[in-house]
Design a protein around this ligand. Structure first.
Ligand SMILES: [Fe+2]
Ligand SMILES: [Fe+2]
Length: 482
């Protein structure tokens, strides 16, 4: 549940119920320690816990408390100001290395008694969350769940508080960056030439495409992240390179050979070349285009094919992609092409990458759409706008939360998706935001990591968030600005 969607008063009520429960739980544990389980004191304190939980379950199906870097959260609500009041509960969490505690609405009185018994009587202070969780399982208590403190693998080096510290491969990162910005320079020059009625040399395009393909072949982990850089002022340059990078990744994934990839890269880089023939006041107009302006805008497809038809050595496929990239898989888009039976494979491929990059960019006429939402859109339009097999491959390549997504983990930490996971689209690698903001070494967490053999995943993504709402620039996670 997203707390901002509920009213202020409901939030206040939830907040005070949560605080009440956090005082009642340690009291019940203490009474379980001091009195027999049928003693009126224990029974009374247990009833109070039960009543408060019942109140909370009216609002949500589960009640979760989480510790994040010594701060206690109830759902998404920080209980910062209560830290002193709730000392007893927090100490219980800390000494047992408990990261989160969840009560599901199906929890029974017997399960609550069992839980208090375990914490109050059956386990000493040295008994950590894993042992407590084992005891809960032994007693068949399924509706009270514990999470453990994150212990992530060490990636490329030293540890930082039991978590992975990421070491960038500075050389590979620099190489990707240099190539990426070099490619933007190449397309900028080409579009400048076309605008001035001059031709351009395709060799530069081929050199850029060869570089991108070689980086993709080497399984470089930095390039995809660079496509999160969207230049508001010089949109078309960045967009052309982003679409080329995304298309080449996708082309590689679906098994295109090196010659096909060369053709694809050329076509993707040049797909919007016709935009230079569109008047700037239409291209950058704030608000909706009039039908006449829209017609002019749509003509960038035909204009593009026309510009390219005059370039020496250009592939016929590049003309086709410039003409067809807004036509859609079912031919319902533009320009109308009555005699066409289907659009070619490279156009179908570029279409998906084009929509993804355009929708996730900030434009004069729209705010960036969350990458996860664009992925959902691509899934919903497969078979109509998008080739179903290619749409599926694209989602596999990007994941449900693509690289550059700001997400909240289920322990309430914010993170930026850093690397995709072709084997599990829900479980990419993420960089934690907190350390990055504090200027500390970046910490990455592999969401495929489990708590141990036959145990569940340590952390999952609970929701995607809008970086602008949190004042976070995700591109800072992918390249050095200086
Ligand atoms: Fe276009
Ligand atoms: Fe485009």
């Amino acid at each position: 549940m997203i707390d901002k969607n509920i009213s202020f008063f409901v939030n206040q009520n939830l907040h005070s119920l949560a605080r009440r429960l956090l005082k009642q739980i340690p009291a019940a544990i203490k009474n379980a320690q001091l009195y027999p389980l049928d003693h009126p004191y224990f029974i009374h304190s247990l009833s109070l816990v039960q009543e408060t939980l019942a109140e909370l379950f009216k609002y949500r199906p589960e009640v979760t408390f989480t510790m994040v870097e010594n701060e206690l959260y109830f759902g998404n609500m920080a209980l910062v100001e209560d830290t002193l009041n709730l000392r007893q509960f927090i100490e219980e969490f800390e000494k047992r290395k408990i990261n989160s505690l969840t009560f599901l609405s199906a929890v029974t009185r017997d399960e609550l008694i069992g839980f208090m018994q375990i914490l109050g009587r059956e386990t000493g202070d040295s008994c950590d969350s894993v042992m407590v969780a084992d005891k809960l399982r032994e007693k068949g208590i399924n509706n009270i769940q514990l999470g453990t403190v994150l212990q992530s693998e060490v990636v490329d080096g030293k540890e930082n508080g039991g978590r992975a510290v990421m070491r960038f491969d500075a050389q590979a990162r620099q190489k990707s960056q240099g190539m990426f910005f070099g490619s933007i320079g190449v397309i900028k020059q080409i579009l400048h030439n076309v605008e001035n009625g001059q031709s351009f040399n395709l060799d530069n395009v081929h050199r850029v495409v060869t570089d991108i393909v070689s980086v993709i072949n080497n399984d470089d982990k930095y390039l995809l992240g660079l496509t999160t850089i969207k230049n508001y002022d010089e949109y078309t340059f960045n967009h052309s390179v982003n679409v080329a990078v995304l298309s080449l990744y996708l082309g590689k994934l679906v098994g295109l050979n090196s010659e096909q990839l060369r053709l694809l890269g050329e076509a993707a880089m040049l797909h919007d070349v016709g935009k230079v023939r569109i008047p700037k006041e239409i291209l950058n107009k704030q608000g909706l285009l009039t039908p006449d302006e829209w017609k002019i805008m749509e003509s960038h497809t035909l204009e593009g094919a026309e510009v390219l038809s005059k370039v020496a050595g250009i592939s016929a496929l590049s003309l086709a992609v410039a003409f067809e990239h807004h036509l859609h898989y079912d031919l319902s888009g533009y320009p109308r092409a009555e005699r066409l039976k289907e659009i070619n494979l490279l156009s179908r491929l570029v279409t998906i990458c084009d929509v993804y990059d355009a929708a996730t960019s900030l434009r004069v006429y729209h705010a960036p759409v969350l990458p996860a939402k664009v992925i959902a859109l691509i899934i919903s339009k497969k078979g109509s706008f998008f080739d179903p097999a290619l749409a599926k491959a694209f989602v596999q390549m990007m994941g449900v939360y693509p690289v550059g997504s700001l997400v909240r983990l289920d322990n309430n930490e914010l993170a930026v998706v850093y690397a995709n996971n072709l084997d599990n689209i829900l479980r990419p690698k993420v960089i934690l935001v907190k350390q990055k903001i504090a200027g500390q070494d970046p910490v990455i967490v592999d969401l495929e990591e489990t708590a141990g053999p036959a145990k569940g995943f340590k952390y999952s993504i609970s929701e995607a968030l809008a970086p602008r709402a949190y004042n976070i620039d995700v591109t800072e996670y992918f390249y050095d600005k200086d």
